[in-house]
Design a protein around this ligand. Structure first.
Ligand SMILES: *Cc1c(COP(=O)(O)O)cnc(C)c1O
Length: 353
């Protein structure tokens, strides 16, 4: 080891395989928008654009600076999901041919004043109650300004990964009722990853797929985790039954144990709430978090690992150790873990063997 650093290895082949798997579920007429907001869920937006451009019909982001970054790399459709908040935003968007989400009357006012009706995605609130037009407001605007325009009608599901949740059917029904009242040239988009997986007959004209690309969708083992978060062991010590490890002595040895300290902490993006017994992998064997995550270090019970030494890697998630496991066992979501990794972790972009 020359200099000690934790690493985030990102494998583009895995994105590609995940996308091919997801696209297989779509009907031929559905187009695939890769949602790469928030630096591609922490996977580095510039790299991913190049690596998946041929498999995608468009890219979805939230922030305008990310949309601009993509435009430098690709001529594909770019959907600015935050929409515009000012005349300047609109000017930039027109110049760069961004598609725009319009989610409330204030945004529509800016569009109207700019008299710009290309590539609009009108967002309906069908029950999530976050963004989106109320139904009545939307219909009023439609009848006055949009009845003869081409646009995409969209909404977002609140619980697409849970088929037992009745909100899905309610949202579909509201969406379908409204869209049946509109002119025939309207495109429709409702599906995120969970909807592609659970309601493949609702993929309509566009799917907006994020977490599945990165392998963080819960409940499917064919979608692989594309990032490997790993950190070197920097110390190993033996402790005796009754000894305590780490801050507040949270972990108490119930037997004589071997404890490895690895060079990754909450300042690197590993949540401080990670629980004891969370599995990690060292030299292809399972080991377990033992003691509270510190700022720069995490302590691991390596008592069962026959051979490990300083310099060996400890993996927190990887294609073989799904990020959904660590998320679920810690009451977290994979989206959160992916977007938490901090810049001081070295990013390595390569195809793993
Ligand atoms: C983030 C986002 C998506 C992608 O959702 P996933 O669950 O990651 O597939 C789709 N649509 C909108 C509006 C989003 O904000």
């Amino acid at each position: 080891m020359t200099s000690i650093n934790s690493e985030l290895i990102i494998d583009p082949k895995i994105f590609r395989n995940n996308i091919l798997f997801l696209k297989n579920k779509l009907s031929n007429s559905s187009k695939f928008m890769a949602v790469i907001k928030s630096d591609a869920y922490g996977h580095h937006i510039e790299h991913i654009v190049k690596d998946i451009e041929d498999l995608s019909d468009g890219f979805g982001v939230v922030r305008i600076d990310e949309a601009l970054k993509i435009r430098e790399l690709s001529n594909k459709k770019i959907l600015l999901m935050q929409g515009v908040y000012s005349k300047e935003d609109l000017d930039i968007s027109i110049k760069n041919k961004f598609d725009l989400v319009v989610h409330n009357p204030d945004q529509f006012q800016i569009i109207k004043e700019g008299n710009y009706y290309e590539g609009l995605w009108l967002k309906l609130n069908t029950g999530m109650n976050r963004l989106g037009f109320d139904i009545d407001t939307f219909l009023r605007i439609y009848e006055e300004y949009l009845f003869d325009k081409k646009f995409t009608l969209m909404t977002h599901l609140a619980a697409s990964n849970d088929v037992s949740n009745p909100s899905n059917e309610n949202q579909f029904k509201i969406f379908e009722d409204i869209s049946s009242k509109l002119n025939n040239s309207i495109e429709r988009s409702i599906a995120n990853t969970g909807c592609i997986m659970n309601y493949p007959n609702k993929t309509y004209d566009w799917v907006r797929c994020g977490i599945g690309i990165y392998g963080g969708y819960i409940g499917n083992h064919e979608l692989k985790t594309a990032m490997t978060l790993r950190s070197p062991i920097v110390n190993i010590r033996n402790i005796s039954k009754g000894d305590k490890v780490g801050y507040d002595g949270r972990a108490v040895a119930t037997k004589d144990m071997k404890i490895a300290s690895v060079y990754l902490g909450y300042a690197d993006g590993l949540p401080v709430t990670i629980k004891d017994d969370t599995p990690v992998m060292i030299n292809d064997q399972m080991a377990y978090v033992f003691g509270r995550v510190s700022m720069d270090l995490t302590t691991i019970d390596v008592s069962n690992i026959e051979k490990c030494s300083p310099g060996d890697w400890c993996e927190f998630f990887s294609p073989e150790l799904p990020i959904t496991n660590i998320a679920t066992s810690n009451d977290l979501i994979s989206y959160y873990l992916m977007t938490s990794v901090k810049s001081r972790v070295k990013k390595v972009y390569k195809i793993l063997d």
